[in-house]
Design a protein around this ligand. Structure first.
Ligand SMILES: *Cc1c(COP(=O)(O)O)cnc(C)c1O
Length: 352
């Protein structure tokens, strides 16, 4: 604590991201990055933009990229807000749609950034318990005071909530904003984007960090009806006019235009997820059915803390959250087939 800190800084409890270790021989399966490089068209577009020069400011309204995202989702540019990673989009959304004195709701097991934003912006919250199989308790989100947010598929479990259930939560909160954080939706069966035209209180947030192999580029976006998008734009323009740089705009636009490459790498991860899940069951793991690019597992004999430490010793990084009721689980990112073959060998070694 410093006497120079504002009350806002004093009350913050910052988010702790997964370890980023710059070491060549480590098998990094802890932050849900994509093992495949982005489309070659993305790197070409960035090089072209760089050759054009970066002495001029980028577009403050990110027109071209919003067009590409809108067209990919069969929406209009007015339905799209772009931010510097979806974490920024989420932070702006908390500021734009949630407020002090009105408790919002999210699940007890969820993305750990939500309580961080609540503390930062002084927004009260209620946690809705998840069920024993980690599925969401739908009615628990009905008639909230200040709004609702949850990831779908949920993090860090990978459990997916059906679109019908999402729609009923949105319907039962018609005076508040419901934010669906779809960071992993490209690995799942369906997106809530199809509900946007029906519900003015629905905001869908997505990212290029996971399914589009662009975690290093920092592009996230929100999709919703124009009045929600305008709310976000007002926050952004009261904060930083240029949150997205020229190279990121060019690269992300190219990614949305190259549909076949995206489809291919996503499909690959789904195949890998399926066989890795089967193999881990053979090794005595209980694997929660996942619709994301990671799996959430627990072992019938060895504790998650022990396994996390043993894995780390032999150069395998997975994610362990030391928090009830998930302290005996590990979250493992799906890498390439080669990564996962190595992982399974190491898992067998640890369990010997
Ligand atoms: C990874 C992740 C994000 C943040 O993604 P960025 O776009 O890289 O900031 C947001 N929500 C959830 C649930 C995530 O897992």
């Amino acid at each position: 604590m410093s006497k120079f800190w504002s009350s806002m800084v004093k009350r913050t409890v910052p988010y702790i991201p997964g370890e980023q270790i710059d070491q060549k021989d480590i098998l990094k399966l802890n932050t849900n990055e994509n093992p495949y490089p982005p489309s070659p068209k993305v790197t070409d577009a960035i090089k072209t933009e760089l050759a054009r020069g970066i002495n001029l400011y980028p577009s403050p309204t990110v027109e071209q990229l919003r067009d590409a995202i809108a067209s990919y989702n069969q929406l209009a540019k007015e339905n799209v807000f772009v931010g510097n990673g979806s974490d920024e989009v989420l932070a702006f959304s908390f500021m734009a749609f949630f407020e002090s004195g009105k408790a919002i709701r999210f699940p007890t097991v969820t993305y750990s950034f939500y309580p961080v934003y609540c503390k930062l912006f002084d927004i009260p919250y209620e946690e809705v318990p998840v069920q024993r199989d980690f599925s969401l308790q739908v009615e628990g989100f009905f008639q909230s005071e200040g709004g609702v947010i949850f990831p779908n598929p949920n993090a860090p479990t990978g459990v997916f909530l059906s679109l019908d259930d999402v729609a009923s939560i949105v319907e039962q909160n018609s005076e508040q904003v419901v934010i669906i954080d779809e960071a992993y939706v490209d690995f799942a069966t369906e997106s809530a984007v199809s509900l946007i035209q029906t519900y003015p209180n629905l905001l869908v947030v997505q990212t290029t960090s996971k399914s589009r192999s662009l975690a290093g580029l920092r592009i996230g976006y929100a999709l919703g009806q124009p009045e929600l998008i305008e709310g976000l734009t007002r926050i952004k323009d009261s904060f930083n006019s240029y949150t997205i740089d020229r190279l990121a705009i060019a690269g992300a636009e190219a990614s949305f235009r190259d549909k076949s490459y995206f489809k291919e790498t996503t499909q690959k991860i789904l195949q890998t997820r399926s066989w890795v899940s089967d193999e881990l069951k053979q090794l005595g793991f209980h694997v929660i059915p996942s619709q994301a690019n990671f799996i959430f597992v627990t072992h019938y004999k060895e504790s998650a803390t022990y396994l996390y430490q043993q894995f780390k010793k032999i150069g395998v990084l997975v994610r362990h959250f030391n928090k009830h009721p998930i302290n005996n689980y590990l979250r493992i990112t799906i890498g390439s087939d080669q990564d996962m073959k190595l992982f399974l060998t190491k898992a067998a070694q640890v369990l010997q």
